[in-house]
Design a protein around this ligand. Structure first.
Ligand SMILES: [Zn+2]
Ligand SMILES: [Zn+2]
Length: 106
């Protein structure tokens, strides 16, 4: 049986302005925010928890997260993995700008 290896033709394209993915070092330089607030509780007693748009899990107090310029909010640990292969938002595929994310550091 022949294994059809897809040629990575896209890798040759030079996209200096819009990188297709980020390096671990670049991701490390992103200004992730630490969630310090406690989730508010609504009138019915339900916790209005913020959720990560990628894994759908709660963003708990103390977690590191990032609000993207497209208003999507993700865990640091989710984005770290995603950004090693992608430079776009995992939800809406909006191109993310590294410099802009670095500036978010609090
Ligand atoms: Zn997540
Ligand atoms: Zn988005």
């Amino acid at each position: 049986m022949q294994v059809d290896t897809m040629a990575d033709a896209a890798e040759e394209t030079c996209t200096s302005q819009n990188p297709v993915k980020f390096t671990a070092k670049e991701i490390e330089s992103i200004g992730f925010e630490r969630k310090t607030s406690i989730d508010p509780i609504d009138d019915n007693g339900y916790v209005q928890s913020q959720r990560c748009n990628l894994c759908k899990w709660h963003i708990e107090q103390g977690n590191l997260m990032l609000n993207l310029n497209c208003k999507h909010r993700l865990h640091k640990k989710c984005l770290e993995v995603w950004f090693l292969d992608n430079s776009k938002c995992p939800i809406c595929f909006k191109q993310q700008n590294l410099e802009e994310m670095q500036r978010k550091r609090v």
